[in-house]
Design a protein. Structure first.
Length: 434
């Protein structure tokens, strides 16, 4: 067993149609048993931070196996389109990270290796993984299209200095308490809570959770879009109203899409943010861990739980393999290495996330209060986004509708139930017909 090393701490429009034809990585066709290509998602404060985290681990893998891994870290703004291009052109990697909400959509292309019993056994078996994380790996009833790598959930992060100055004794637990605290914090150019109004994926995460709290899923039981139900409309309006009606979100947040709300929070300009594992970004902005606190994301009333008490989507990153990689044996060895207990501890410590591997979760590092909130949320009150092939389109069209509604609110245009429903109806018309 090798020694655990200290790790460095530190939406795109769907322009391509999915293809049902499986295709492999272009670079993989030139691969050999001694080479793999790996597309990693941007998890840290910058691409360079990710390289510093990952490269020592890849070097150790090469030392142990003789297989060299060529790393490219890809920003989230580019990742989905890069993957879609790879599925149609064949110019892709052997192994890649995907947002877990994309699993079913990318599975439908036929380009990803199915994780059947044989492939799962090659990396230690299905039972090593937390069941909630496996719920976001593809269409229910089919072999997973990917395996969990990092697990995350949303929580409410609050600025202790701003809370103290505003006379707020404890973090809010319900939406009414969020609004009350937000109004106390919104003064002197500061705002109560931050949002990323132009970040399509983040918009979806927030309104999906609010939808669950209003009894809506955005898709029917047979997988058809249902964006204009009373619950879905109420969820989107509630989120926009944080700016439009409650005025506890600064109008400029309508244009945020690159973690600017986290920067505002770290600079004492915003009192609260709903986010998943922002610790590294806070640190990069010069904010120490003693300056912020974390609490479960709010619900309408009572305590977080299932159904209407859901307070997060099951967030996380999965690892996938292109089906016709020329180095399947090496790819399976690499996935086994990256999901081993030892590597899971190293990587999830670095990123402030929670291992989706049961054995790694037992490490003392993941018992810290900030991560305990995340672990409890994942275990008791998080729900997976709909695992339907059209999920990526859902993120794009509804995420865009929310973006446009935030733009209306920022400009002072009225946001009514009728205008929200009209935007969502337009979004539903843009979805593929079944």
């Amino acid at each position: 067993m090798r020694r655990v090393r200290a790790a460095v701490t530190g939406v795109v429009t769907l322009s391509l149609a999915f293809t049902a034809t499986a295709c492999g990585g272009g670079e993989a066709t030139e691969s050999s048993p001694k080479t793999l290509t790996y597309w990693a998602s941007n998890q840290g404060a910058s691409l360079e931070v990710d390289k510093k985290v990952l490269q020592p681990e890849l070097d150790q893998f090469e030392k142990e196996t003789g297989i060299k891994v060529k790393l490219e870290v890809i920003p989230w703004s580019d990742l989905l389109n890069r993957i879609l291009t790879a599925t149609t052109s064949g110019q892709g990697p052997d192994i890649l990270n995907i947002g877990n909400t994309w699993s079913a959509s990318l599975q439908s292309t036929g380009a990803l290796l199915p994780w059947d019993a044989k492939n799962l056994e090659a990396i230690g078996g299905r039972d090593r993984f937390v069941e909630s994380a496996l719920g976001s790996t593809g269409v229910p009833g089919q072999d997973p299209a990917a395996v969990p790598l990092y697990s995350m959930a949303y929580a409410l992060y609050y600025n202790k200095k701003m809370f103290k100055e505003a006379g707020i004794a404890k973090p809010p637990a319900t939406w009414d308490e969020v609004i009350a605290a937000g109004k106390k914090l919104t003064k002197g150019g500061n705002a109560g809570i931050g949002v990323e109004g132009s970040n399509l994926s983040n918009n979806i995460h927030q309104v999906f959770v609010l939808g669950k709290q209003h009894g809506a899923d955005f898709f029917t039981a047979d997988g058809k879009p249902d964006f204009t139900s009373d619950g879905a409309v109420a969820a989107v309006k509630q989120y926009i109203d944080l700016m439009a009606a409650q005025k506890i979100v600064a109008p400029g947040n309508a244009e945020y899409a690159q973690n600017q709300s986290l920067s505002d929070f770290a600079k004492n300009k915003t009192g609260m943010v709903l986010w998943q594992t922002p610790q590294q970004t806070f640190s990069a902005q010069g904010m120490g861990p003693e300056e912020w606190g974390v609490a479960p994301a709010p619900v309408a009333s009572g305590k977080p739980g299932q159904g209407a008490q859901t307070n997060s989507m099951v967030a996380g990153i999965n690892m996938a393999v292109f089906k016709n990689t020329k180095n399947l044996d090496g790819a399976l060895k690499f996935v086994k290495y990256m999901t081993s207990d030892e590597e899971q501890i190293v990587l999830n410590k670095a990123y402030g996330s929670v291992p989706p591997v049961k054995g790694a979760q037992k490490d003392a590092a993941f018992a810290a209060p900030s991560l305990t909130v995340i672990r409890d949320t994942l275990a008791t009150s998080a729900a997976a986004l709909p695992q339907v092939p059209e999920e990526s389109q859902f993120e794009t069209v509804v995420g865009t509708a929310v973006k446009e509604l935030f733009a209306d609110a920022a400009a002072g245009r009225p946001v009514t139930t009728e205008s929200v429903k009209a935007k969502l109806a337009k979004a539903q018309q843009q979805m593929p017909k079944k």
